[in-house]
Write a protein that binds this ligand. Structure first.
Ligand code: ZN
Ligand code: ZN
Length: 334
């Protein structure tokens, strides 16, 4: 099979991914093999390829928003059949016995393994996944449309959950890319008013089309106090700014694997029981709940498709903010 392989991290301008011919992987016990149709491209892939994530299992095939069809079953697999459509998310394995795993926070498991980082991912014609971590894809979504739901959407959904957003509340979203444009649709489905802060004129237009109550840049004061806020940009300076727009008792959720330092700020911005939380990864429950919710709410993903051969180019475009919506590698047309 053909697979894009990262052997040595480097700036994406140097095209660090190499297209290799590899033997077809054989599913081990409790594993599925998928014939890959589409794989979403995530900012985390960019961090991985450029060497910003610690201890990747090199050489590794990136890609953790994989949609395909089950084409081989390992021993002991139950609940999946040949030919069924399945998705592979970022969370690929957890220990199942630690305190995090036991308390519904398997996303924090210290023995977790992540797809396209510690196990080969979906920038390839075939991928293996532990059957318990594969996600069912609702028929409402095409392969390409489903791919971004597996990370951008699922992690966005976890951010909505952890922000504590209640139906009818006012939500601020900072940064309006892959996750933001999916979150707003869920929030609107819940009857929330959404205030979107983004510099990109294209993203501002997209937010208006998705019925944002207000659209502006971060330095503009929104016309109402916000109940919750989610930051999707890796920009620490947004923290004091967004706290300034939150009502007492409101909450801020930061969804970034990396961010620039948070500037010193006056305590009054946080006082009155405002809270800050961060999101790291997502659980299987997040993925399954979000998939069903996205189908029920009619969430539309804005997909920018790329041919499989363009993996390095997609990462370059992503780095320089030249993609719109969610970039997806089309591995196999069907
Ligand atoms: Zn991701
Ligand atoms: Zn664990």
């Amino acid at each position: 099979m053909k697979a894009w392989v990262l052997s040595e991290p480097a700036p994406v301008e140097d095209a660090p991914l190499q297209l290799e011919q590899r033997p077809l992987p054989q599913p081990g016990s409790e594993q599925l093999r998928l014939r890959v149709h589409a794989c979403g491209v995530c900012h985390t892939d960019l961090h991985l390829v450029e060497g910003e994530l610690p201890q990747p299992a090199l050489p590794v095939v990136p890609g953790h928003q994989v949609v395909g069809v089950v084409d081989a079953l390992g021993d002991g697999v139950t609940g999946w059949e040949m030919g069924e459509r399945a998705g592979v998310p970022w969370l690929g394995y957890t220990c199942g016995v630690c305190s995090f795993c036991h308390s519904g926070r398997e996303n924090l498991c210290e023995s977790a393994r992540f797809t396209g980082y510690q196990a080969d991912g979906g920038y390839a014609e075939y991928v293996l996944v532990h059957a318990d971590y594969a996600v069912r894809i609702p028929p409402a979504f095409s392969d390409a449309a489903a791919a971004p739901l597996l990370c951008a959407g699922t992690v966005g959904y976890r951010s909505l959950r952890l922000s504590g957003l209640q139906p009818g509340e006012r939500l601020g979203i900072y940064g309006f890319g892959g996750s933001g444009h999916l979150c707003i649709q869920v929030a609107r489905y819940w009857g929330c008013e959404v205030y979107v802060f983004t510099r990109s004129v294209e993203h501002q237009q997209h937010a208006r089309e998705l019925n944002a109550a207000w659209v502006g840049v971060a330095s503009e004061t929104p016309p109402a106090q916000l109940d919750r806020a989610i930051i999707f940009a890796p920009a620490g300076w947004l923290v004091p700014l967004s706290l300034g727009y939150l009502r007492p008792g409101g909450s801020l959720c930061i969804n970034a694997i990396h961010a620039s330092p948070i500037p010193e700020m006056p305590y009054r911005l946080l006082w009155k029981e405002r809270t800050i939380t961060t999101v790291a990864n997502a659980t299987r429950r997040d993925a399954r709940e979000f998939m069903e919710l996205a189908a029920e709410a009619g969430v539309a993903t804005q997909v920018q498709p790329f041919p499989m051969r363009a993996a390095n180019e997609v990462l370059q475009q992503l780095k320089h903010g030249r993609t719109t919506g969610s970039a997806v590698l089309i591995v196999r047309e069907n």
